[in-house]
Design a protein around this ligand. Structure first.
Ligand code: C5P
Length: 319
């Protein structure tokens, strides 16, 4: 095959479809600074991409269309299939950047629950960028795609990059970290989502009332990075931290019991992932993760549980 790995017809299937995967993320640590004038917060996070993947399949079409299957496709608050879906905006942005017509039928097959603190929407946007780049033959560089990703959302550049990275700014400024040791987690997924802006607003409110420290100084990410690189599990367990956990628990008090339930069931530690409400429970190894998942599934603290590992790569073409 002589086509470039960036895409082109070498990645289209017989039916003209192109698919890409992108992973969920866990914030192993997340320190949030004060509210900025633009409505965002400066933060410092250590992102870990984990093996829960959404798949985006794109085909030539007239105009844009989006369909969603899997997690969040049905129910009272389904994932939107119009311009509110980040894949729609990703398609428009890439088409504009490349000077092509935004013509594509986009099918999103979700394993990552929506509004769960796992960057599911960001994963879909990153996968859409990679798949559409191949479908349209736009030959965007990785740097181009990263710049477009940052316009789409704070977590989208990491969904594109995958692996382990320190995130600064809104989360979009990444410093990749080489940490190949696999870590095993159980994700405890709740029945309903939490709105990310609402969790940040609750953090601001609790800080304004003096009930939480103001977040003016970020701790060094080095202990987290060192623990991720080489362990032992106790070091990583001790390093898990999330400034959005207290506001997420404030909005969803049942989370307190869920976090305690995860450690009581044998997790080395448990933390809310991002803005929640997913609980990321760290296990000593893969067997321990499977056992932990079985206990947690039996207790009914979560709608569902998933055993995952990370780091895994970011958005990439399938096949
Ligand atoms: O960047 P993204 O669109 O994913 O952010 C969603 C919302 O989360 C923002 O509108 C903002 O309210 C909040 N946010 C924040 N600070 C960040 C990232 C997100 O306040 N660093």
């Amino acid at each position: 095959m002589t086509w470039s790995t960036a895409g082109g017809p070498g990645h289209t299937r017989g039916d003209g479809a192109v698919s890409a995967h992108a992973p969920a993320k866990v914030n192993v640590s997340l320190a949030v600074g004060p509210l900025r004038e633009d409505g965002y917060h400066d933060l410092q996070t250590v992102y870990l991409a984990v093996s829960l993947l959404d798949t985006v399949t794109v085909r030539r079409g007239e105009g844009l269309s989006v369909t969603v299957t899997g997690e969040g496709a049905d129910g009272p608050d389904p994932v939107p299939t119009d311009r509110r879906n980040l894949v729609w905006r990703a398609a428009e942005l890439l088409a504009d950047h490349a000077g092509v017509a935004p013509d594509a039928a986009i099918a999103v097959d979700k394993a990552i629950p929506a509004a769960a603190g796992l960057a599911g929407g960001s994963a879909d946007a990153a996968a859409a960028l990679v798949a559409l780049d191949a479908l349209w033959g736009t030959h965007a560089t990785r740097g181009d795609l990263t710049a477009l990703a940052a316009q789409l959302g704070s977590d989208v550049p990491f969904s594109l990059a995958g692996g382990v990275a320190i995130g600064n700014g809104r989360g979009e400024r990444l410093t990749p970290v080489l940490a190949r040791r696999p870590w095993h987690w159980v994700l405890g997924i709740a029945g309903g989502g939490l709105s990310t802006p609402a969790v940040y607003a609750e953090l601001d409110r609790l800080r304004a009332e003096g009930r939480l420290p103001d977040g003016a100084a970020f701790p060094s990410p080095e202990p987290v990075v060192a623990a991720l690189r080489s362990g032992p599990v106790e070091a990583l367990a001790a390093a898990l931290a999330n400034d959005l956990q207290a506001p997420a628990v404030s909005l969803r008090p049942a989370l307190r019991r869920a976090l305690r339930g995860a450690t009581d069931a044998g997790a080395a530690a448990a933390v809310v992932s991002g803005s929640g409400p997913t609980v990321a429970a760290l296990a000593a190894d893969e067997d321990a993760a499977v056992r932990l998942a079985a206990v947690l599934a039996g207790e009914g603290l979560f709608r569902t549980v998933r055993v995952v590992h990370g780091p895994v790569p970011g958005a990439r073409l399938v096949g």
